[in-house]
Design a protein around this ligand. Structure first.
Ligand SMILES: NC(=O)c1ccc[n+]([C@@H]2O[C@H](COP(=O)([O-])OP(=O)(O)OC[C@H]3O[C@@H](n4cnc5c(N)ncnc54)[C@H](OP(=O)(O)O)[C@@H]3O)[C@@H](O)[C@H]2O)c1
Length: 331
């Protein structure tokens, strides 16, 4: 399998590291597995015989690798002859999905399997992209887009095949959970907790993306469309953020054995809003943890808890890659 990676930032680099680390297992599934190209916003590297991963894991910028094509674009890489799989990890843009949307469209149209951690294209064009994948007989997998390492799509698709999903609820944004946990445990104000989150570098560049529930709403769109047969857009999510949560409200809730959490819900409602969560409820996790609670007709209630961002996200990307490799062996 010939693989290209589009985006050599945090996720792109961590993916290369994980592939290098697990190469012996991968080679047992596909002796011909190789990364033939990687691009960033300014250019790409390409070698049809396979790039040197040992060199790649030791460089900071793609341009530090020999033969960096400074004028090349990701689109050119996608259009190379023998690409079988693209890992797409460019920045999220929920306004128009770009640049990832164009890359994913182009890849799927050429029958290239796609693994992405980028919410933007899926929020903007979920139906179009999943239809395109089907029409071109290839897979579009996106486990890393929602709640990082939590295998929610794989769990529902592989382990709840006979279930009807009735409700999905979750803490889908680690930054707001960090802020609310600080307010709960340390009695800090919203403003101070936000400032600390920014100092720790865990907020988006524009913190409203986190605190106004925009990021969580994007994840609700993907979950609803992928797992609950909906056809919704970002505007369909009723959204309230956490800016107005005061220290007094958090303390009052605490005295009554509740914590205030930013919860995304899909049932009859499709919303993201602060909710009172009983302190002994499985969703009541703290710090930067994420949690997803699924209610289905046969299994009842299942909760996944874990890291929603950071290097753990690569577990989801690797699982998607392994899924494609194994499915190809079966066919
Ligand atoms: N970081 C996390 O913990 C995490 C977790 C889950 C999901 N995600 C999602 O995964 C994606 C990648 O995240 P990240 O943290 O790796 O972002 P990042 O560090 O900002 O890296 C983004 C990469 O995309 C490249 N890029 C930008 N425009 C491009 C273009 N037109 N063509 C080719 N490459 C382009 C950038 O190139 P330059 O290097 O030249 O700027 C950079 O290498 C995002 O959509 C993010 O929301 C991230």
């Amino acid at each position: 399998m010939n693989v290209i990676i589009v985006g050599f930032g945090f996720i792109g680099k961590e993916t290369v590291r994980a592939l290098y680390k697990k190469m012996d297992i991968i080679k047992r599934l596909d002796e011909e597995f190789r990364i033939i190209g990687i691009s960033d916003s300014k250019g790409y590297i390409y070698n049809e015989k396979g790039l040197n991963l040992e060199k790649l894991i030791n460089i900071e910028r793609l341009s530090d690798y020999m033969a960096y094509n400074e004028s090349g674009s990701a689109e050119e890489l996608i259009e190379k002859r023998d690409v079988d799989l693209m890992v797409e990890a460019t920045p999220t843009n929920i306004k128009n999905g770009e640049p990832g949307l164009t890359f994913i469209r182009k890849a799927l149209k050429r029958g290239i399997h796609v693994v992405t951690s980028n919410k933007g294209p899926l929020v903007v064009a979920f139906k179009e992209l999943t239809t395109l994948a089907k029409m071109n007989n290839c897979q579009l997998l996106y486990e890393g887009t929602v709640a990082g390492a939590l295998p929610v799509f794989s769990l529902v698709r592989k382990c709840l095949q006979g279930d009807k999903i009735r409700r999905i609820m979750g803490i889908l944004n680690g930054t707001t959970n960090y802020i609310l946990s600080k307010m709960y445990f340390e009695g800090t104000s919203f403003e101070l907790a936000l400032k600390e989150a920014q100092e720790r570098g865990i907020t988006e560049r524009d913190p409203s993306y986190d605190v106004d529930g925009i990021d969580a709403a994007c994840k609700i769109v993907i979950l609803a469309n992928a797992l609950m047969n909906k056809d919704i857009r970002f505007e369909d999510v009723k959204r309230t953020g956490i800016r107005r949560i005061t220290q007094e409200a958090v303390s009052l809730a605490k005295k009554a054995n509740y914590a205030i959490k930013l919860i995304g819900v899909i049932d009859k409602r499709i919303e993201v809003a602060p909710k009172l969560v009983p302190i002994n409820h499985p969703l009541c996790v703290h710090g930067t943890l994420n949690a997803i609670h699924i209610e289905s007709d046969l299994a009842g209630r299942i909760t996944l808890i874990g890291y929603g961002a950071g290097k753990e996200t690569v577990s989801a990307i690797m699982n998607d890659i392994f899924t494609i490799l194994k499915d190809l062996r079966k066919s």
